[in-house]
Design a protein around this ligand. Structure first.
Ligand code: SF4
Ligand code: SF4
Ligand code: SF4
Length: 254
């Protein structure tokens, strides 16, 4: 059987999701033989050539050339999968969408005049059709291997849609929101990490993005009743999934 040709691409991102792929170790070794990794700049220097059965894209669209690059990648790909919050939601760099690019450039770079970027950072799905979206900062490698193996078997990947709270319940982790009054985003956040933060007694900050039909306003009302200010509530949501949280809030209020 001909192995599916895979390309792994990077746009604006920190490389963390690609490093997660390299860190898959045993899991990666057991599936790697099923695929022909034809393009992966993080791991090899093979040039970009030909078409791909599966393309994994890390990073958001933050520059003009990336707008053209993602169309080029889409044309070359039978199945396109976004990996991580940057590609799926615009990433932390989308904070500039609600502020000034020039302001951020001044704080982040020593020579801001050398930076040629768009005034917004947007997810891949704003530009081209995306077949599957893998959330997280970084992604869940379990979700990635499930998706890749499903494509080989020609079946739909099983991606769980419930909230982080369900993982806490399954693992018997005491609820930080109820027992300690900590502002935890678990009730509105998509599962995928196995409730890592609550298991370490830290509230979830929503890195897997909004769960479908999560009641964001109701949770924010609860936070306000706990004494958290409106500004603090906005800051809780304005992280790596800021673009999607704001979009979902607008949709839910209309
Ligand atoms: S989603 Fe997070 S880990 Fe992945 S590339 Fe973006 S910032 Fe890095
Ligand atoms: S700690 Fe957070 S994620 Fe866990 S059950 Fe409580 S609210 Fe949900
Ligand atoms: S608990 Fe929340 S913030 Fe922590 S890794 Fe999971 S989804 Fe991300």
């Amino acid at each position: 059987m001909k192995k599916p040709r895979v390309g792994i691409f990077k746009l604006t991102s920190c490389d963390g999701c690609q490093l997660s792929i390299l860190n898959m170790e045993d899991e990666l070794l057991s599936i790697i033989d099923l695929f022909d990794i034809a393009y992966f700049r993080e791991a090899t220097d093979r040039p970009l050539k030909g078409e791909f059965d599966i393309s994994l894209v890390e990073g958001s669209i933050s520059t003009d050339w990336q707008k053209k690059e993602i169309i080029n990648i889409r044309w070359r790909s039978r199945t396109l999968i976004t990996i991580g919050a940057c590609a799926t939601s615009g990433g932390l760099q989308a904070l500039r969408n609600w502020s000034s690019l020039e302001g951020y450039k001044k704080y982040v770079y020593q020579s801001p005049e050398a930076i040629n970027a768009l005034s917004t950072s947007t997810p891949i799905s704003d530009h081209v059709y995306v077949d599957y979206e893998l959330w997280g900062c970084p992604i869940s490698t379990h979700a990635l291997s499930e998706t890749l193996v499903s494509l080989i078997l020609d079946r739909k990947p099983v991606i769980r849609k419930y909230s982080v709270c369900m993982d806490c319940k399954k693992k018997g982790i005491p609820c930080l929101l109820v027992s300690k009054g900590e502002p935890c985003l678990g009730p509105i956040t998509l599962t995928g990490c196995g409730a890592i933060c609550p298991s370490l007694e830290k509230p979830c900050y929503g890195c897997f993005g909004p769960k479908e039909n999560g009641n964001i306003e109701s949770l924010l009302r609860m936070f306000k009743n706990m004494g958290i200010t409106q500004q603090e509530c906005i800051m809780l949501l304005d992280k790596m999934n800021t673009y999607t949280y704001r979009k979902v809030r607008i949709e839910q209020s209309s």
